[in-house]
Design a protein around this ligand. Structure first.
Ligand code: DAT
Ligand code: MG
Length: 152
């Protein structure tokens, strides 16, 4: 769908390592539309809910502690053709040791516990995550000047 949206989050290591601009640029230059963006330190409740499907995993507490460390995250919504699947490709495999070197994780990360970035993995999780992180009023409606050329 041309209107497909994905939730993408630069994690605290990405912010602390000052990779925000480089990461946003990948999505922008591909032609995707930035529908929403904000910097925040997630509450434990928000981080736990975001990763609720992993609650039984041994790394869950460490994951929540990492996301809520106090260094902010950058939460975003990106829109465009196939952005959920393409977003996952831009981000790379979960374990940076397996990520394609051209992906964000494959270029900048080496540890699965510090893999820089999140992107929704399905239409259902994208819908849930966008609703969890953003109010409807935070989602912009506009058309980038590049849109018709890129999304044709
Ligand atoms: P992804 O972020 O690629 O969607 P996921 O949803 O399976 O991966 O897991 C969410 C995050 O949890 C992942 O980005 C990093 C962390 N994680 C996953 N597997 C892990 C493991 N085996 N050890 C430590 N952290 C892990
Ligand atoms: Mg995931």
């Amino acid at each position: 769908k041309a209107s497909e949206r994905s939730f993408v989050m630069i994690k605290p290591d990405g912010v602390s390592r000052q990779l925000v601009g480089k990461i946003i640029t990948r999505f922008e230059e591909r032609g995707y539309k930035l529908v929403a963006v904000k910097s925040l330190t997630p509450s434990p409740a928000l981080a736990k809910e975001h990763y609720i499907d992993l609650a039984s995993r041994p790394f869950y507490k460490g994951l929540v502690d990492y996301i809520t460390s106090g260094t902010p995250v950058v939460a975003m919504v990106w829109e465009g053709k196939d952005v959920i699947r393409q977003g996952r490709r831009i981000v790379g495999a979960t374990n940076p040791q397996e990520s394609d070197p051209g992906s964000v994780r494959g270029q900048y990360a080496v540890s699965v516990g510090r893999n820089l970035i999140h992107a929704s993995d399905s239409f259902d999780s994208a819908s849930k995550e966008i609703e969890l992180w953003f109010a409807e009023s935070e989602l912009a409606e506009y058309k980038p000047t590049t849109w018709d050329w890129v999304m044709a």
